[in-house]
Design a protein around this ligand. Structure first.
Ligand code: 5J7
Ligand code: CA
Length: 512
C-alpha cells in the first residue's frame, strides 16, 4: 500500500517530462496555423503511416482579430477567451481532429497562452474569432470572465506598465510583455480558469501543452496550475498518465531568468540548440561540424531529460526571438535538411520538426518587414486549406517540411535507433563527420567544398542498405544510393561536395 502510494506520487511528479508518445515513435511536428480538419486528415494519411509521434497545434482558443497589419500570425497570441474557436476551426472540428489523430497513435500538443490576454491597446468590441466581447480599457473579458482584478496592473512597478528591463526578474514576470495584459497568476480564481481550460483539452484527449511565454510567469505559479491538471483521457492513454509540459523559456544566457528555474514543472525549450547548430552548419564564427562531437550537455545545453529541441520555430524562423540570422529555415533548404538530419540522428533532446507556410521576405536594414504575415488565406480572412499535390508536396503556400523525403525519413531513422547511444564517432577535424546509433543506424555528412571518399566502421550488421536521404527502400530495391556494409561492419561512403544533399543515412529498417 505504501509502495503503491509512493509510485502514484512519484508518477504524478515525473510524468510531465514524459512525451506520452507511443513507444515506437519519437518526434512531434508543429503544423503551424493548420486548420483542424487538415490536421485530422494529415494524421490519417501521412503522420501515422510515417511514424510521427505527435502534432503541436496553434493556439485553439478565441483571439483578437487584428486587421492592421492584415491578420498577422501573432494575433493568435492575443487571447480573448478560452472558447475553442479560432481560424483553425471550432470545438467540434477540434474534437474530431483529436479523436482521429489519437486513433492512429499521433497525439496532440496544444500551444497554451496563459500568461496574458490581448494587448492593452486592443480597444473594445467583438472583433474576436468567436465574437466574444472585450474591453481592454477596463480589462473586461466577459467570456472567461476576467475583470481588472485578475491582472497585474497593480503589481508592476515600471512607468509604462510594460517590461522595460529584462535584467529585472520581477518586471519580466509581473509587467506586460509588449503591452499584453498580464494575468495575476497567483490568484486562485485565475489559476482555476486556466486549469479548467487545460482540463477541457485533456478531457477531449490532448497529450500535453507548450506553455507560451513561460519566462514571463513565476515557476511556482505554473506549478500551481499544472498540479491542478487531470490525468490524460484513458480512452487513449494508460491510467495515471500526466500531460507533457514543455515551457517556452528563451534563455541564451545573460538574462535574469534561466531555464533551470522551470525544471520542476516539466521540460524546457533549449533555444541554444538551433542558434548554435545554425552557426555550425553555416560555418560561422569559426565553427566546424567536428566540434559537434560533444553536442548536447557538453555544449552547455540543459540536461538531456529536461530539454525540448528544434532547428527553428514559428518565431525565430522569421528573424524574431532567439538566434537571429544563424537560425536555419526552409529558405536555406540544403543546409536546413542537414540541420534537421543531424538533430534527428543525434540522441540529445525531445525533438520537434517545424512545418511552415511560405511568405515573401523583404529585408529593410536587416529586418524582414514581412515577418508578421499570417497563413495563406482567402479574401474573407479564413485560412486556406492544405492541398496535397500528386508528388506528395503541399500546395496553397504550405511548405510541409515534414513531407520532404529527407526529413520524413530521418523521423523514421530516429524511431529506428531509439534507445541506442551514440557510437563510432568519426570526423576529419573539419566539416566531415559521421556517427552511429549502436547497431541500428549510421549517418555521415560532408559539409566541405571538397569531395569525400572514406571507409568507416558503421557498427551495423553486414548487408546492403538504402540511403534514406538520396532515396529510400521501396519493396526490394533502393530508389537512391546503396551502401554495402561488410562482415566487419565497415562501409565505403562517397559524397560529392556538390551533391543535392551532402549526407547519407542508413538504418536497420532500410536494409535490403
Ligand atoms: C518573449 C520573450 O521572452 C523573448 O525572449 C522573445 O524573444 C520574444 C517574446 C515574445 O513572446 C510573445 C508571446 C506571446 O504570446 C505574444 C507575443 O506578442 C509575444 C511577443 O511579442 C514576444 O516578443 C516579440 O519579439 C521579440 C523578438 C521582440 O524583442 C519583442 O519586442 C516582441 O516584438 C513585438 O512583436 C514588437 O515589439 C511589437 O511591435 C509587435 O506588435 C509584436 C508582434 O508580436 C510578435 O511578434 C509575437 C511574437 C511571439 C513570440 C513568441 O516566442 C511566441 O511564442 C509567440 C509570439
Ligand atoms: Ca506575467
Amino acid at each position: 500500500m505504501k509502495l503503491l502510494l509512493l509510485l502514484l506520487v512519484s508518477g504524478l511528479c515525473s510524468a510531465q517530462y514524459n512525451s506520452n508518445f507511443r513507444s515506437d515513435r519519437t518526434s512531434m511536428v508543429h503544423l503551424f496555423e493548420w486548420r483542424w480538419s487538415d490536421i485530422a486528415a494529415e494524421c490519417e494519411r501521412y503522420l501515422g503511416p510515417n511514424g510521427f509521434a505527435g502534432v503541436q497545434v496553434s493556439p485553439p482558443n478565441e483571439n483578437l482579430i487584428i486587421t492592421s497589419p492584415n491578420r498577422p500570425w501573432w494575433e493568435r497570441y492575443q487571447p480573448i477567451s478560452y472558447k475553442i474557436c479560432s481560424r483553425s476551426g471550432n470545438e467540434q472540428q477540434f474534437r474530431d481532429m483529436v479523436t482521429r489523430c489519437n486513433n492512429v497513435g499521433v497525439y496532440i500538443y496544444v500551444d497554451a497562452i496563459i500568461n496574458h490576454m490581448c494587448g492593452a491597446g486592443g480597444g473594445s468590441g467583438t472583433r474576436s474569432t468567436c465574437g466574444s466581447s472585450y474591453n481592454t480599457g477596463n480589462r473586461d473579458f466577459p467570456a472567461v470572465p476576467y475583470s481588472s482584478l485578475d491582472f497585474n496592473d497593480g503589481k508592476c512597478k515600471t512607468p509604462s506598465g510594460d517590461i522595460e528591463n529584462y535584467g529585472d526578474a520581477y518586471q519580466v514576470r509581473d509587467c506586460r510583455l509588449v503591452s499584453l495584459l498580464d494575468l495575476a497568476l497567483e490568484k486562485e480564481y485565475v489559476r482555476g480558469k486556466i486549469a479548467a481550460y487545460l482540463n477541457t483539452l485533456i478531457s477531449i484527449g490532448v497529450a500535453g501543452f507548450r506553455l507560451d511565454a513561460s519566462k514571463h510567469m513565476w515557476p511556482g505559479d505554473i506549478n500551481a496550475i499544472t498540479s491542478r491538471l487531470n490525468n490524460l483521457n484513458t480512452q487513449w492513454f494508460p491510467s495515471g498518465s500526466r500531460a507533457l509540459i514543455f515551457q517556452e523559456v528563451i534563455d541564451l544566457g545573460g538574462e535574469a531568468i534561466s531555464a533551470s528555474e522551470y525544471f520542476g514543472n516539466g521540460r524546457v525549450t533549449e533555444f541554444k540548440y538551433g542558434a548554435k547548430l545554425g552557426n555550425v552548419i553555416r560555418k560561422w564564427n569559426g565553427e566546424k561540424m567536428s566540434y559537434l562531437k560533444n553536442w548536447g550537455e557538453g555544449w552547455g545545453f540543459m540536461r538531456n531529460d529536461r530539454s525540448f529541441v528544434f532547428v527553428d520555430n514559428h518565431d525565430n524562423q522569421r528573424g524574431h526571438g532567439a538566434g537571429g540570422a544563424s537560425i536555419l529555415t526552409f529558405f536555406d533548404d540544403r543546409l536546413y535538411k542537414m540541420g534537421v538530419g543531424f538533430m534527428l540522428a543525434h540522441p540529445y533532446g525531445l525533438t520537434r520538426v517545424m512545418s511552415s507556410y511560405r511568405w515573401t521576405r523583404s529585408f529593410v536594414n536587416g529586418k524582414d518587414v514581412n515577418d508578421w504575415i499570417g497563413p495563406p488565406m482567402n479574401t474573407d480572412g479564413s485560412t486556406k486549406s492544405v492541398t496535397i499535390n500528386a508528388d506528395s508536396t503541399c500546395g496553397n503556400g504550405w511548405v510541409c517540411e515534414h513531407r520532404w523525403r529527407q526529413i520524413k525519413n530521418m523521423v523514421i531513422f530516429r524511431n529506428t535507433v531509439n534507445g541506442q547511444s551514440l557510437t563510432n564517432w568519426w570526423d576529419n577535424g573539419g566539416n566531415q563527420i559521421a556517427f552511429g546509433r549502436g547497431n541500428r543506424g549510421f549517418i555521415i555528412f560532408n559539409n566541405e567544398s571538397s569531395n569525400m571518399d572514406v571507409t568507416l566502421n558503421t557498427g551495423l550488421p553486414a548487408g546492403t542498405y538504402c540511403d534514406v536521404i538520396s532515396g529510400q527502400k521501396e519493396g526490394t530495391r533502393c530508389t537512391g544510393t546503396q551502401i554495402t556494409v561488410s562482415s566487419t561492419g565497415s562501409a565505403r561512403f562517397t559524397i560529392s561536395s556538390s551533391a543535392a544533399d551532402p549526407f547519407i543515412a542508413i538504418h536497420a529498417n532500410a536494409k535490403l
